[in-house]
Ligand binder design. Structure first.
Ligand code: NDP
Length: 447
């Protein structure tokens, strides 16, 4: 078999059948690139239309979401749920509310989720959903009205054994509350396993809020440890200032690092003496304000409106905002400034060119599907607690998260070495995630 030609053939089909979905193309291209190494060794993975099936969602649902704003006007948004792959367990993946959401973005996220969920070692399939609804500037009542309308359609497609959504950009504890309330009302049962990221006194898990950010830092620790380095004493950039960013910053500082910059989509703050996490939480989680407010309320902090956060000097960079926020030029800047480790807290925040720069410049790089898997892993732990009507302590759950991140790092490291690509955690993550799903799909027949 000519592996190169076979893989190029898959990719041409992807481009043809999924026109106008560049983020989906990008995510598939990265995985296919790694699969060349698998197919060169194990050609049976090219049989039974396996790759063609894996790159085609099992089901894609698109629906209208009408709601009424505070001025009494009818607003219409578009809702999505892409149920990508359920070979390992019920579809699992977050909901994103952001004006940039379209089918291609949800498909890229759902596709990544398949491999990420597989890497956690827990029985969860891959899915993702969301809407082009913009939560910014909306009142609480408007958020509730939107969530209720969204769930009025979504509820027929989800369930604890079918599909279990969670949060993502624009969907946090408040939105999960409104979504869960409406689901419960519609189905007339308290099915706590249908959503994760719930409040602690109605089925939520300790550590879920912190899990993605903490997990990214645990993964970074493992990666640094493998090279004889520690986070303690390093300077770290964390982009974004949402759920993932806040808790990545918190854990990095707890472990002795100094977070020297954070951002939102308007600009970044330069914080050479570290970030006051409690103040940041108050500004972002309670008052729901912009990161510029942080600079106003602190000394020695500079706000750079519209600036590029990657120009700040640091040893470690944790992109935790959104896809393609770190391009080739920014990657070169980071490397020139001495950055040695990059771990993706967000999904696909580094462009393909940026990843190539990191490879060439020997910057150790952890892809999101491995480094940010702690969020979904803890969601799966929340499902376990719901199923057994139990709730675990913070310490126990955090230890489970740490063990899972360590195992994911080991799997990536081992698999990369097995395919003669030592320390290439992109190849390691893609292949380790792929093999489990592929074996399950082959065992379950052509469906
Ligand atoms: P939040 O909505 O809590 O925060 C998102 C942050 O990213 C905000 O600071 C936001 O700034 C910034 N941001 C969003 N869009 C853009 C943009 N187009 N340009 C620049 N900045 C932007 O989301 P999360 O923290 O939950 O998610 C962040 C990333 O992590 C996403 O890629 C998500 O898919 C990924 N992720 C999240 C998980 C979770 O458990 N929440 C799990 C795994 C991955 P602003 O307010 O200006 O928009």
């Amino acid at each position: 078999m000519n592996v190169e030609a076979t893989v190029n053939g898959y990719y041409e089909q992807i481009l043809k059948r999924n026109a106008g979905e560049p983020e989906f193309h990008q995510a598939v291209a990265e995985v296919l690139d790694s699969l060349k190494y698998v197919l060169s060794k194990d050609q049976h993975y090219a049989e039974f239309g396996l790759i063609e099936r894996m790159t085609e969602p099992e089901r894609q649902i698109i629906f209208r979401v009408p709601w009424i704003d505070d001025a009494g006007n009818v607003q219409v948004n578009r809702g999505f749920r892409v149920q990508f792959n359920s070979a390992l367990g019920p579809y699992k993946g977050g909901l994103r509310f952001h004006p940039s959401v379209n089918l291609g973005i949800i498909k890229f996220l759902g596709f990544e989720q398949i491999f990420k969920n597989s890497l956690t070692g827990l029985p969860i399939g891959g899915g993702k959903g969301g809407s082009d609804f913009d939560p910014k500037g909306k009142s609480n009542r408007e958020i509730m009205a939107f969530c209720q309308s969204f769930m009025t359609e979504l509820h027929r497609h989800i369930g604890q054994f079918r599909d279990v959504p969670a949060g993502d950009i624009g969907v946090g504890g408040r939105e999960i509350g409104y979504l869960f309330g409406q689901y419960r009302r519609l189905v007339n049962q308290h099915e706590s396993g249908v959503l994760t990221g719930k409040g602690l006194n109605w089925g939520g898990s300790l550590v879920r809020t912190e899990a993605t950010g903490y997990g990214t830092v645990y993964f970074t620790q493992e990666m640094m440890g493998a090279h004889g380095e520690r986070l303690d004493g390093t300077k770290v950039i964390v982009s974004g200032s949402g759920n993932v960013a806040i808790y990545a910053a918190e854990k990095a500082q707890e472990l002795g690092a100094t977070v020297v910059a954070m951002s939102d989509s308007s600009g970044y703050v330069y914080t050479p003496e570290g970030v006051d996490i409690e103040l940041l939480k108050d500004i972002k989680e309670v008052r729901r304000e912009r990161i510029s407010v942080y600079a106003k309320e602190t000394d020695h902090v500079k706000y750079v409106h519209g600036g590029n956060i990657w120009e700040v000097e640091a040893d470690v960079a944790l992109p935790c905002a959104t896809q393609n926020e770190l391009d080739g030029e920014s990657a070169r800047l980071l490397a020139d400034n001495g950055c040695r480790y990059v771990a993706e807290g967000a999904n696909m925040p580094c462009t393909a060119e940026a990843v190539e720069v990191f490879r060439k410049r020997k910057v150790h790089f952890a892809p999101g599907k491995a480094a940010n898997a702690g969020g979904v892993a803890t969601s799966a732990l929340e499902m376990q607690q719901n199923a057994s009507r139990d709730s675990w302590s913070f310490e126990y759950t955090d230890k489970r998260l740490r063990d899972i991140m360590r195992n994911i790092f080991k799997a990536c490291d081992r698999t990369a070495a097995e395919y003669d690509k030592p320390e290439d955690y992109v190849v390691g993550a893609n292949i380790a995630g792929f093999r489990k799903v592929a074996d399950a799909m082959l065992a379950q027949g052509v469906i």
